[in-house]
Design a protein around this ligand. Structure first.
Ligand code: ASP
Ligand code: MG
Length: 439
C-alpha cells in the first residue's frame, strides 16, 4: 500500500537564516521515508521588507524601492553562500530571474490598484525561499520536487486576500501533486500565494502560509498536517505579553477557530475550516524541540479547557447613530451591513441601543473612513481608535478581574464560554508575575 501523505509547514522564523534552514533539514531527515508536501513561508522578515518595497514604489519613490529590493537580494545571496559550500548554478539563476522580474516591474508606472501591485511584489519572498530550501534538501540527500503553488491554488482577483476557487484547486492538486510524489518523496511549495484565472499572482492575506498548508491538506485528503513553530504548541496566551502561560495538549477545531479568529496568532484563522471539513488532524509542534508533543487539534472535544486569552490590536470602535433620532430599525441595519460588506470591514463585535449601533472592527487601511463616508447621509458616526479586543474563552472571575485591571473598558460582551472586552489605550505591557493569575 502507498504511504499516506502528510503536510508540513515551516514559517519565516524557522527559515530565518542558513543555520535555521539546516535545522529544518535535520528535522526533515527524520521523515525521509514518508511522503511529504512541505509548505514554506518567506525567510525571516522578508515579507515586511517587500511590503516596504511595494509602498515606496506606490508612493512614487522607485529609487528607494530598488534600493530596498537590492538589500533583500543581497540578504538572499548571503544566505545561499552560508548554506552551500558551492551554490548550485540553477539556484542562483532561478533566484536572480525572480529579482530581475520585480526590478523590471519597478521600472513601470504603478498600476491603478495598489493591492494588485502589492501581490506581484510581495509574493517574491515565498518564491525565493522555496527555491533555496528545495535546493538545499536535494543537496543533503532528501530528494525534493519544487512546485509552483500558483499552478495549484486558484483564487478570484481579490488581491491581498484571494478567495480560493475550491473545485479548480482540488482538480489541480489531485492532478499535479501525486505524480511528483511518485518521483521524489518530498514536494516543496510556497505558502501565501495563489493565481487568478488571468494568471496574475494573488496573496491569501498576511501570515497566510498556514492556510496554504490547509488548502493542500484538504485537496489531497492527507493523513495529518503539522505546523512547526518557535513555540511548543498552542498556548493559553501569547507568551510575549503574559507570564505563566501553559501549553494546551489537545484542542477541538471549534476552540482553535474561536481563539485564532480573535487574535491568537499561533495559527492563521482560515486554517481550521478546510481541516475540519475533512477531519484532518493538525499538530502544532516546536521546531526547536521536535521531540516534544506539541498541541493536537482534532474533532474530539477536549476535556475541561483552561481559560485562554487572545488579544487583537488595532481595533476601532465605530458608534453609529441615526441623524433624526429615530430607532436603529431593521432597514437601517440592512443598510449598514451592505456598507460593511462593500468596504470589507471585518467586524469582531456588535452591540446596539435604541438609537445607536456599535461595531468593533479591524482598523485596516482606510476602510473605516470609507465606511463612515458611505453611511454619512443617514447616520452620524464617531470613531475610537487604537483599541484592543481581549477575548477570554472559558473565563473565570479571577481572570476577568486581572485583565481588567488598569484598563478603560469601552464595551463588553459575555456568552457562556466567551467574554470579550474592548479596552482603550493600554499598551500591553509585560505583566508582572505576581499580578498575574496563572493561564
Ligand atoms: N510570508 C507571509 C507573511 O509573512 C506569509 C506567512 O508567513 O505565512 O505574512
Ligand atoms: Mg510568517
Amino acid at each position: 500500500m502507498q504511504q499516506p501523505i502528510n503536510v508540513f509547514k515551516f514559517g519565516g522564523a524557522s527559515l530565518r537564516d542558513a543555520d535555521a534552514i539546516r535545522h529544518v533539514g535535520t528535522i526533515l531527515d527524520r521523515f525521509k521515508d514518508q511522503r511529504l508536501v512541505i509548505i514554506v513561508s518567506a525567510m525571516g522578515k522578508t515579507t515586511n521588507a517587500l511590503e516596504e518595497v511595494a509602498n515606496s514604489y506606490w508612493n512614487g519613490k522607485p529609487d528607494v524601492a530598488r534600493e530596498k529590493l537590492g538589500a533583500i537580494h543581497a540578504g538572499a545571496t548571503q544566505a545561499m553562500k552560508d548554506l552551500f559550500a558551492e551554490v548550485p548554478e540553477e539556484l542562483t539563476a532561478a533566484v536572480n530571474d525572480l529579482f530581475v522580474s520585480v526590478e523590471w516591474a519597478l521600472e513601470e508606472d504603478p498600476n491603478e490598484e495598489y493591492d494588485y501591485d502589492y501581490d506581484q511584489i510581495v509574493s517574491l519572498g515565498e518564491l525565493i525561499s522555496s527555491h533555496i530550501v528545495a535546493a538545499y534538501l536535494n543537496r543533503i540527500g532528501l530528494p525534493t520536487s519544487w512546485l509552483d503553488a500558483r499552478d495549484v491554488i486558484q483564487t478570484d482577483n481579490t488581491y491581498r486576500e484571494g478567495w480560493v476557487k475550491w473545485p479548480e484547486t482540488v482538480e489541480r492538486a489531485e492532478r499535479l501533486v501525486p505524480p511528483l510524489l511518485d518521483s521524489t518523496p518530498f514536494v516543496l511549495t510556497q505558502g501565501f500565494i495563489g493565481n487568478t484565472s488571468e494568471n496574475y499572482t494573488t496573496t491569501l492575506g498576511r501570515e497566510g502560509s498556514d492556510y496554504s498548508a490547509a488548502i493542500f491538506s484538504y485537496c489531497l485528503d492527507v493523513e495529518a498536517m503539522s505546523i512547526w513553530k518557535d513555540v511548543p504548541g498552542v498556548l493559553t496566551a501569547d507568551p510575549r505579553y503574559f507570564e505563566n502561560v501553559t501549553k494546551i495538549d489537545r484542542l477541538s477545531y471549534r476552540e482553535a477557530i474561536e481563539m485564532t479568529y480573535y487574535g491568537a496568532k499561533v495559527i492563521h484563522p482560515k486554517t481550521i475550516k478546510p481541516l475540519q471539513n475533512k477531519s484532518i488532524p493538525l499538530y502544532v509542534r516546536s521546531f526547536i524541540e521536535p521531540d516534544l508533543e506539541g498541541t493536537y487539534v482534532t474533532d474530539e472535544a477536549g476535556d475541561a479547557y483552561p481559560p485562554m486569552v487572545a488579544v487583537e490590536r488595532d481595533q476601532a470602535l465605530v458608534n453609529i447613530s441615526t441623524r433624526d433620532f429615530s430607532f436603529v430599525a431593521e432597514h437601517h441595519i440592512k443598510e449598514l451591513f451592505e456598507h460593511i460588506t462593500t468596504t470589507r470591514l471585518q467586524v469582531n463585535m456588535m452591540q446596539n441601543t435604541a438609537i445607536s449601533f456599535n461595531v468593533v472592527v479591524n482598523d485596516i487601511d482606510d476602510r473605516v473612513e470609507r465606511f463612515c463616508a458611505l453611511v454619512d447621509q443617514h447616520f452620524k458616526t464617531t470613531i475610537d481608535r487604537h483599541l484592543e479586543l481581549i477575548t477570554i474563552r472559558h473565563y473565570t472571575p479571577e481572570i476577568v478581574d486581572s485583565l481588567r485591571r488598569g484598563k478603560v473598558n469601552l464595551l463588553e460582551g459575555r456568552l457562556p464560554l466567551t467574554l470579550q472586552m474592548v479596552v482603550k489605550d493600554v499598551p500591553v505591557i509585560r505583566r508582572k508575575k505576581e499580578e498575574d493569575v496563572a493561564l
